[in-house]
Ligand binder design. Structure first.
Ligand code: ADP
Ligand code: MG
Length: 260
């Protein structure tokens, strides 16, 4: 792995640690090695962007971190505990803007994650209200998913993670299905949410601009099987400008490792 700037803050405890991770799928055509001996750490409160070619193993990694899939070999830990399955500590937002329950209004969609908790109704209501306010949808609680734009539905998905006090937001191409303008608005909103909550964010994206615009660190993955081709710290204050020379320098590095 090549690092363009030596990694600092090494003393900060890693929230997620991936060690010697491999993932091999077996299907009727044989073995597919999606991830081979991958090592990475995601620090508490970090906003990590991951870029990589299609099919290189990004979603496989995210699904393992979410606890939906098990590693073939190696270990993944969350606060030093092995990830054994989905938990309230880590929440996921996918690309699909229809991920909400169509039969529940926005309030109930957000509150769904609290269903099996022992919180009082009053406490649940406070949490739902706070989560909706964090994503700026406090006035949409009684609307239905089909009445919201694709961008707003993604914000509801984020609120559904925040309401359970998750510490890590795992996002797999969350804005890929949105139009360009909405996508820019969502990116700004996501930075606001990150600043307000200090939640750790892992964002998988195909957009080099998006990765650098949002992340405090960008990892570019190699072709399958996924390995870290380059690690790029982004030391630019928000709001970032795509016209900034340093932004463009980081973009060139990312693109060259993606083969462009
Ligand atoms: N459940 C599965 N069974 C078999 N092969 C899979 C499965 N999931 C993913 N793969 C394969 O693993 C590789 C990596 O997939 P994925 O992690 O989805 O890539 P990415 O998200 O980077 O596009 C691909 O070759 C894909 O076809
Ligand atoms: Mg994917």
């Amino acid at each position: 792995m090549q690092s363009i700037i030596s990694s600092e803050n090494a003393h900060v405890a890693a929230e997620i640690s991936v060690r010697n991770l491999s993932k091999v799928y077996k299907d009727n055509t044989g073995d597919v090695t999606a991830i081979d001996n991958l090592n990475l750490q995601i620090k508490a409160g970090e906003f990590l962007s991951i870029l990589g070619p299609s099919g290189c193993g990004k979603s496989s990694l995210l699904n393992i971190l979410a606890g939906f899939e098990a590693p073939t070999t190696g270990s993944v830990t969350l606060n030093d505990e092995p990830i054994k399955g989905p938990s309230r500590l880590q929440g996921v937002v996918f690309q699909d803007t229809s991920a909400l329950f169509p039969w529940l209004n926005i309030h109930d969609n957000v509150g769904f994650g609290l269903k099996n908790t022992k919180l009082s109704i009053h406490h649940k209501e406070e949490k739902i209200k706070a989560a909706l306010a964090l994503v700026g949808l406090q006035d949409f609680a009684l609307k239905w998913p089909h009445q919201l734009s694709g961008g707003m539905r993604q914000l509801v998905s984020i609120a559904r993670v925040l309401v359970t006090d998750s510490r890590i937001l795992l996002m797999d191409e969350p804005f890929a299905a949105l139009d360009a303008m909405t996508r820019l608005q969502m990116q700004q909103k996501l930075i606001e949410i990150w600043n307000a909550t200090k939640i750790t964010i892992l964002l998988i994206t195909h957009s080099v601009d998006e990765a650098i615009f949002l992340g405090n660190r960008v990892l570019v993955f190699s072709k399958r099987p996924a390995r870290v081709a380059v690690e790029i710290p982004v030391n630019l204050a928000h709001p970032r400008k795509v016209t900034d020379p340093e932004f463009n320098r980081l973009k060139s590095i990312s693109l060259s490792h993606l083969g462009f």
